[in-house]
Design a protein around this ligand. Structure first.
Ligand code: RIB
Ligand code: CA
Length: 303
């Protein structure tokens, strides 16, 4: 039986690859996609998501629009490439009438809630709101597998990774909920950089979803090389692959707290990496990914 998942996205380019992988890999059943602010305003992340769902052969999967803004802080600035409309044809699809938070509450209280992994790969505002409105979700959600955080260096500030900095209070609600968490942070995603060879192999798969993914991965490579001088990363797809094949990612149980106050450290996922502080762990934190196996999972999913 495929593993049921709900993907929560702020579609940007790497979210799009994550959606295509989750929607097409035989090991998963993508039950629904919920959308949040983050890389761009909700109107843009929603439009990008609907474009990818339709062009990528996933029009049958429902999309729910969620939070417009973080719980407390102002939206953090993003790079233009993060907030651009993706190079994917316009969509005729529409989001479901129900708000994403209402959907999440109803779904997780329903018959399939306990068998569905929740995968936030953007700011965690939707789940934070759902948990505050319906605390019983803590007993219903079997695991959260999230692309979030970093136990070493951030990518927006030296302390903070984008998804957590985009809504630190939301991340705090989720990480302190008691729901089992697998945290796929920057230490893992940076071990699986994308390359022109991966783009070529993906494009050669020939399916619509593979060709969209190839185009978007090339776009990541180009932007990262031009603006940061580093390899591009498809951050969010790493979290999806960790659900498809958990053996892909080595994790270590850690206590992870979210810094909300520091002038220089707000949004940091403060992790007891060594375990010396003997605080009960609240997350299985990724420390290594098998890059070759990760991309094989991607090819299998997009073929
Ligand atoms: O820090 C990486 C995260 O920020 C990814 O989810 C990517 O989509 C960007 O939003
Ligand atoms: Ca994202």
């Amino acid at each position: 039986m495929p593993q049921k998942v709900i993907l929560d996205v702020d579609t940007g380019g790497d979210d799009a690859v994550a959606i295509l992988l989750a929607g097409h890999h035989p090991a998963l059943e993508l039950v629904a996609v919920t959308v949040t602010h983050g890389n761009a305003p909700l109107s843009v992340t929603l439009d990008n998501t609907l474009r990818v769902m339709q062009a990528g052969g996933l029009a049958h999967i429902p999309v729910y629009a969620g939070a417009h803004s973080p719980l407390i802080g102002p939206p953090i600035p993003t790079h233009r490439y993060q907030s651009e409309t993706l190079p994917v044809p316009p969509s005729t699809l529409r989001a479901q009438p129900k708000h994403a938070v209402e959907f999440l509450i109803a779904y997780y209280l329903g018959p399939h809630g306990t068998e569905t992994i929740y995968m936030p790969v953007g700011p965690q505002t939707n789940m934070a709101l759902a948990l505050r409105l319906e605390p019983r979700l803590v007993q219903r959600i079997p695991r959260i597998v999230t692309m979030a955080g970093a136990y070493q260096e951030g990518n927006v500030t030296p302390s903070a990774e984008f998804n957590v900095l985009a809504d630190p209070e939301a991340a705090q609600v989720v990480f302190s909920s008691g729901i089992p968490i697998t945290m796929i942070g920057l230490e893992v995603t940076s071990q699986a950089p994308v390359s022109e060879e991966v783009v070529k192999k993906t494009f050669a798969l020939g399916t619509p979803q593979a060709q969209i993914a190839a185009r978007l991965m090339q776009r990541e490579i180009d932007w990262f090389r031009e603006h940061l001088g580093v390899d591009g990363q498809i951050f969010d797809a790493c979290a999806v692959a960790a659900v498809i094949d958990p053996a892909l990612v080595e994790t270590r149980p850690m206590r992870v707290c979210i810094e909300l106050q520091g002038q220089w450290t707000r949004g940091r996922t403060v992790a007891d990496v060594s375990g010396h502080h003997r605080q009960p762990a609240n997350a299985d934190v990724g420390i290594h990914i098998d890059r070759e196996r990760f991309y094989q999972v991607l090819y299998d999913g997009l073929a």
